[in-house]
Design a protein around this ligand. Structure first.
Ligand code: SAH
Length: 367
């Protein structure tokens, strides 16, 4: 039956080898051939895989399939940034963004439909959480972007779209293995970045299991303020979070953790905040990435002034902490950091601390 066919998209190499051996009695090199077809040539149809025997192809199509998400809308920004809305099932949608730069092309992917972390300045949080994406749905975003972009190259993948990747550890880690695999997307570990709001136990676990670049959404230099902006901080405060980060770098021989810091006017952008931050990060394997806040309907925050952002950066640099300002891309199509909305229905609005359920609200429109 069609429904029982295994989706091969995103199966890590070892699992694909085990699958072809168990289900088709085939040697491991068949799995490698399949991976080349699926990822390098973007094949989604076994019949196009001409170096596999007819027999093998027809056996394959009985037990397996290559199912990719469907694109429901595409928008292109005046700066070349592209955003795709992808259908995940009958009612749910997520967004994926491609950001071209002269020296690289970054794909920003989602890991969940909605998000449960409830960060107060993020548009995804307003939608609540629906579910984790499967491995195929995560890898499928890259597969589709590859197909759509034709000439343009994806040189970097960042988990900075919708969702908290470490809350979907089980599916995010196998997806990352395919990004790193030389028969998958063949990216170096410095070019795959996992961004987290700070799930400490999973940072320790990741340190043992998968070698990728780590970005952490810090956003505040003290627990009082961070509790308000990033509520997971009440469970895993800054001290614990930073200890996990330094462990991660040690365990993986990494260069540095990138700390993301959204610049909110009058909230976390004062010189004193910069000095507190410098005290936390000085002498550590850390870089700061200052993100000018991107507004969305209903938000109570405003972006810090350009002058405040520059001054904040200068204070950090003067204190010996490397800080850069992230250029805003794609904001004319709501594709900038924190603006991804997707389509989340039947959501369970899981708030940390309190738990509300809502299934009756109208779905957000596809923009
Ligand atoms: N859940 C993960 C990844 C998703 S968000 C995480 O928290 O890291 C990617 C980055 O965009 C995070 O640093 C997030 O805090 C930031 N962000 C969220 N909303 C934003 C907004 N409105 N403006 C600017 N950056 C925002």
């Amino acid at each position: 039956m069609a429904g029982e066919r295994v989706n091969l998209l995103g199966l890590p190499r070892a699992e694909l080898e085990a699958f072809v051996a168990a289900r088709l009695g085939a040697k491991p090199f068949r799995a490698r051939q399949l991976m080349k077809w699926i990822y390098r040539r973007g094949a989604a149809d076994f019949s196009s895989m001409t170096d596999l025997s007819q027999d093998f192809r027809s056996q394959l199509s009985e037990v397996a399939r290559i199912a990719v998400p469907e694109i429901v809308a595409e928008q292109v920004s005046s700066d070349g940034t592209r955003k795709w809305m992808l259908r995940m099932d009958e009612v749910q949608g997520i967004e994926t963004v491609y950001i071209p730069e002269p020296d690289r092309g970054t794909l920003c992917i989602s890991s969940q439909v909605g998000c449960a972390m409830d960060c107060s300045f993020c548009s995804t949080a307003q939608q609540g959480f629906n579910r984790n994406l499967s491995v195929a749905e995560i890898v499928g975003q890259v597969w589709l972007a590859h197909r759509e972009l034709a000439e343009a190259r994806i040189t970097n993948i960042v988990f900075m779209g919708m969702g908290e990747p470490l809350a979907n550890y089980r599916n995010v880690v196998p997806a990352m293995r395919t990004f790193l695999d030389d028969l998958g997307y063949d990216l170096s570990r410095r070019r795959v970045t996992l961004s987290t709001s700070g799930l400490v136990p999973q940072i320790y676990k990741l340190a043992e299991e998968c070698n990728v670049a780590l970005a952490v959404s810090l956003h505040a230099p003290n627990d009082e303020l961070r509790n308000e902006l990033v509520p997971i901080n009440r469970k895993h405060p800054i001290g614990e979070l930073l200890a996990a980060c330094w462990h991660y770098i040690d365990a993986q021989n990494g260069r540095s953790v990138t700390f993301e810091y959204v610049m909110l006017d009058g909230v976390n952008d004062k010189p004193e905040h910069a000095r507190q931050l410098a005290r936390l990060l000085k002498g550590r394997p850390a870089k700061l990435n200052l993100i000018p806040f991107n507004a969305f309907p209903g938000t109570r925050y405003r972006r810090s002034s350009a002058a405040a952002i520059l001054k904040f950066r200068d204070i950090l640099n003067d204190h010996g902490v490397i800080a850069t300002i992230r250029r805003t891309r794609g904001d004319d199509i709501d594709a900038a950091c924190g603006q991804l909305a997707g389509r989340v229905t039947d959501r369970t609005l899981v708030r940390l601390g309190t738990r509300l359920t809502s299934t009756s609200r109208a779905p957000a429109e596809i923009r």
